[in-house]
Design a binder for this molecule. Sequence first.
Ligand code: SF4
Length: 251
Amino acid sequence: MSRNSDGTARVTLALRVHDRPVHIDARLPDWPARLDELLPALREVDDRVIDAVVAHVEAGGKRVSCAKGCSACCRAQPVPVTPPEAYALARLVERLPEPSGARVRAGFAANVERLREAGLYETYMQRDPAMTRDEARVIARRYMALKLTCPFLVNDACSIYAERPFTCRQYLVTSPPKLCDAPLDNAVKPVPIPAKFATAMLEVGEALTGRAPYTVPLALSLDYAGVNRMDLEKSGPAKLAFEQVVRRALG
Ligand code: SF4
């Protein structure tokens, strides 16, 4: 690890994904950091792994159907985000220039209102750890029926593409795009990505805060960040946390 002129530390990794060499060159905070401050470096790892997976899939004769302009997954799905991602999105919205900031905040407020009306707000904000997979599926179906559009979707494209959550990065399919309109009912074929960043973030977050965290739909990011700010502000050695997340994600 070497140091950059802006005080960040340079970290390099060499991996193999589906027998393809993957080289990662990322920047880490060189100070005690919150987990959301590690996201740029973790996204770099995730993106390079995904590149290798897509190359592998295409070398096998399949084609990833996802492309700019296809936004079915941004129009109904819950898009689970980890607490550090929710915090990063809340901070991003605070920094947005006007009128984009007002438009995005209004989009979030409208989606939150719809979730309250549907009785799903508390269900997602205070996740019951005993919820079964079947119960979660029933709730997801109710969520999808609301057809909530992500507030960051502009003209059928993601307006925060470089900073989109892990779920958005990793959701790639080889099935026809039309099937994504009802993913619980159709034979959607997701591309398996051998990098579990969301799970790893939750595990490392639990070690940092002492509380079992859970994902929330992207639509609730701002509310979640507001309620849990104290936990989200906790920091620790950046390099150690980065290594822990990467080891768990790729292990
Ligand atoms: S963050 Fe971007 S990619 Fe993710 S759901 Fe929203 S618009 Fe779609």
